[in-house]
Design a protein around this ligand. Sequence first.
Ligand code: SAH
Length: 249
Amino acid sequence: MMKTPSGVGRAALIGAGPGDAELITLKGARLLGQADAVVYDNLVGPGILDLARPGAERVFVGKTAGRHSLPQEDICHLLVDKAREGKFVARLKGGDPFVFGRGGEELEALRAAGIDVEIVPGVTAALGAAASFGFPLTHRDHAQSCVFATGHLKDRRVDLDWTALARPGQTVVIYMGVAGLDAISARLQAAGMPGDTPAALIHRATWPSQRAYPGTLATLPEIAGKNQLRPPALIVIGGVAGLLRREGK
Ligand code: SAH
């Protein structure tokens, strides 16, 4: 691939945090304020784009009604092209760029094109949810470990190490699991996790519209159906989900 001459363009992968604009880091906000172009999607919370320069170009690459988000490959090309125009490109990503955010692919594409990339971590959705609804992910009475897993469907199936996830004394947080919730609930129970294990669905943590739906491993699918739950939402499973304060903050 063609090497970009040094001094031509650069990029930052910036974690925007889970939604609340005050949860972006100082570094993220500073770099966002310096960027010439900002590439963002649906998971970036309200007000965060206001931190960009008024004159900065804003490029939305997420889903709109009736249209899919831009394919990942096209997003990678776009970032490289903008940087090659000599711009400082901020790629704003919900939560943390490296937690199920495909930031790794964007980093590789930019690096392969010889573009300097800075990475700014962000508050991932699980941490935002725990803070907003007041349940410590590793409360010592309930969990000695905490696992983040993806519930994303591959060929209509969720493929995870169910035995490992079903272990006691663990908090399991599943990202992108709404569509696969029935399978997730059934497979964890089949792997030995009791159906009455506390669990919760958390929609848009830290956004003004945030909501938590507490239940149990066995009841979550029904709760999701009744409430017509749509992404983005997290599935939290384990004793700590029983500590959740439903009203949120
Ligand atoms: N990089 C992001 C995750 C991207 S994957 C992060 O670190 O948070 C997208 C998934 O993240 C969504 O399907 C949902 O499961 C979860 N998610 C992101 N923001 C969320 C929020 N505010 N509340 C609940 N879930 C969220």
